[in-house]
Design a binder for this molecule. Structure first.
Ligand SMILES: Cc1cc2nc3c(=O)[nH]c(=O)nc-3n(C[C@H](O)[C@H](O)[C@H](O)COP(=O)(O)OP(=O)(O)OC[C@H]3O[C@@H](n4cnc5c(N)ncnc54)[C@H](O)[C@@H]3O)c2cc1C
Length: 456
């Protein structure tokens, strides 16, 4: 029975935490093993859009969502899009539709992580922090061996171990083919001080009444500045070209002079320079964006271990979907384990077929979006006719998706396909990533932007 399942989850990012919470609420017995000793303070801003936020909103009668809301960006405010010189191109509400209000969260990743982890603790999820998994063991009774020699075995192993996943190599036998995406991001988050409030160029970011979310776009660059808690916190990111490969870390120190050089090269307006100059040097992170192609399967040979979240589909930040897709994985996985009533290989196969194409398309869209931002024809007719091409893509088929309803819709049919060995490749058997593509700009399943005049 699913209720007795011992679920071993590696990694307490949002994917691992969500899987644990959703398994626990269905009566399973999850344990999370996490390298960091405590809830991570690392990271700056992270967004959850309504497809991910609706999963959080279902937790503890909405109380987890309300806690996130209190620490995050006020969503009554606008999202504005500018040309590098400060010309306003387009603006839209942060929350596009009223029914998204309680399903959309943005704020400091560390704070949000702490809130979600605390909820897992309250539910009684077993947490083993400060312990790294060294070895995955696949088989009828899969498990892990930690650096300190602990052997933890159970019914299913869920590797939510992020972009540098060891599981991909050890469980799936895939060589770690990380490729420098050709881009990196400088990122920073800090408290606004009285000294900042005296700088006239920073006035709007110190606004005690309104939170600001603004994006500026230039050839080969884009910069986003967020303020939250009404003029008390500020975060910014600049995406820029970079060919150096130093691995991946959220805490690699960046150099302010390099970030300042980006501002000059992008010909960005003066206030952006002032924001970068106001940044305490020790909080600047230089994060090299490593790209990984979609992988052919997420399941181990025994069918009892699976990779989820960024380990399965490492989204670049321009997709704005990395966190939400990890949450979708978590809830879909728990539902499949529950519905398969103890048949773990069946559950994992159905999980993979439900999630494969959808996450693949959002994964690939991060590249096409970045290229759109970096190659705007500022004088062309396209931009005049469609200034919304500058916006953060929030396609209806992505953000209106209800992962829970989707499992209810597809589980029985796909489980039947698995049980009857329906022939076909994973691409053929998986649920298509279809939606109502009702926004103007959209990507095809290989991640290419589809011109507006092409009817799907
Ligand atoms: C420290 C950190 C800061 C981040 N900051 C931001 C941010 O500011 N903005 C943003 O948009 N996204 C950020 N991200 C990424 C974002 O959180 C993820 O893209 C998204 O939430 C998907 O989550 P995930 O759970 O799949 O992977 P991740 O969030 O990467 O979580 C993977 C977890 O697995 C743990 N782990 C890895 N290997 C092992 C092992 N062998 N044994 C035990 N534990 C292991 C890692 O320590 C990590 O906590 C950050 C991720 C991390 C880990």
């Amino acid at each position: 029975m699913a209720k007795d399942l011992r679920v071993i989850i590696v990694g307490a990012g949002f994917g691992g935490l969500c899987a644990a919470i959703e398994c626990k609420t269905r009566g399973m017995n999850p344990i999370i093993i996490e390298t960091y000793p405590t809830s991570s303070k690392y990271g700056d801003i992270i967004d959850f859009f309504p497809n991910g936020g609706r999963i959080i909103e279902a937790w503890d009668n909405g109380n987890v969502g309300r806690e996130l809301m209190r620490t995050g960006i006020n969503k009554g405010d606008k999202f504005q899009y500018f040309k590098y010189d400060g010309t306003l191109i387009y603006e839209e509400p942060w929350v596009l539709k009223p029914h998204h209000y309680w399903k959309q969260y943005a704020g400091h990743r560390g704070n949000m992580h702490y809130i979600v982890k605390s909820y897992a603790e309250r539910l009684g999820v077993e947490l083993l922090f400060g312990e790294s998994v060294n070895q995955y063991v696949d088989g009828e009774r899969p498990g892990v061996i930690t650096e300190s020699g602990k052997k933890i075995f159970g019914d299913v192993v869920v590797a939510a171990d992020g972009p540098r996943s060891k599981a991909r190599q050890q469980l799936l036998g895939l060589a770690d083919k990380k490729v420098n995406s050709g881009y990196a991001i400088f990122r920073a988050y800090f408290k606004i001080t009285d000294a900042h409030r005296k700088n006239p160029y920073l006035a709007e970011f110190c606004d005690p009444n309104v939170d600001h979310t603004k994006m500026w776009t230039a050839k080969d660059y884009h910069m986003i500045i967020y303020t939250w808690n009404k003029g008390q916190d500020i975060g910014w990111v600049i995406t820029h070209k970079d060919t150096e490969d130093i691995g991946e870390s959220w805490s690699f120190p960046g150099k302010l002079e390099d970030a300042i050089a980006c501002i000059h090269e992008g010909k960005f307006e003066r206030k952006l320079l002032e924001v970068v100059k106001a940044t305490p040097p020790e909080v600047l992170v230089d994060y090299k964006l490593v790209w990984r192609d979609p992988i052919p399967t997420w399941l181990s040979p025994s069918g009892r271990s699976v990779v989820i979240g960024d380990a399965a589909h490492c989204h670049l930040p321009t997709s704005a979907q990395g966190g939400s897709q990890a949450l979708e994985d978590g809830v879909v996985l728990a539902m499949c384990l529950d519905k398969a009533k103890g048949d773990v290989p069946l559950a994992l196969k159905v999980f993979e077929r439900i999630r494969f194409h959808r996450s693949h398309v959002t994964h690939m869209s991060s590249i096409s979006m970045r290229d759109t931002y970096h190659n705007v024809d500022w004088d062309g007719d396209d931009l005049k006719k469609h200034p919304e091409m500058m916006n953060l893509p929030r396609f209806n088929w992505v953000i209106e998706h209800d992962a829970v309803a989707n499992v209810e819709k597809h589980f029985d049919r796909i489980a039947n396909d698995v049980r009857t060995n329906r022939p076909g490749t994973l691409e053929e058997l998986a649920v298509p990533a279809e939606g109502d593509y009702s926004l103007e700009m959209r990507v095809d399943p290989t991640g290419n932007v589809i011109p507006r005049d092409v009817k799907l």
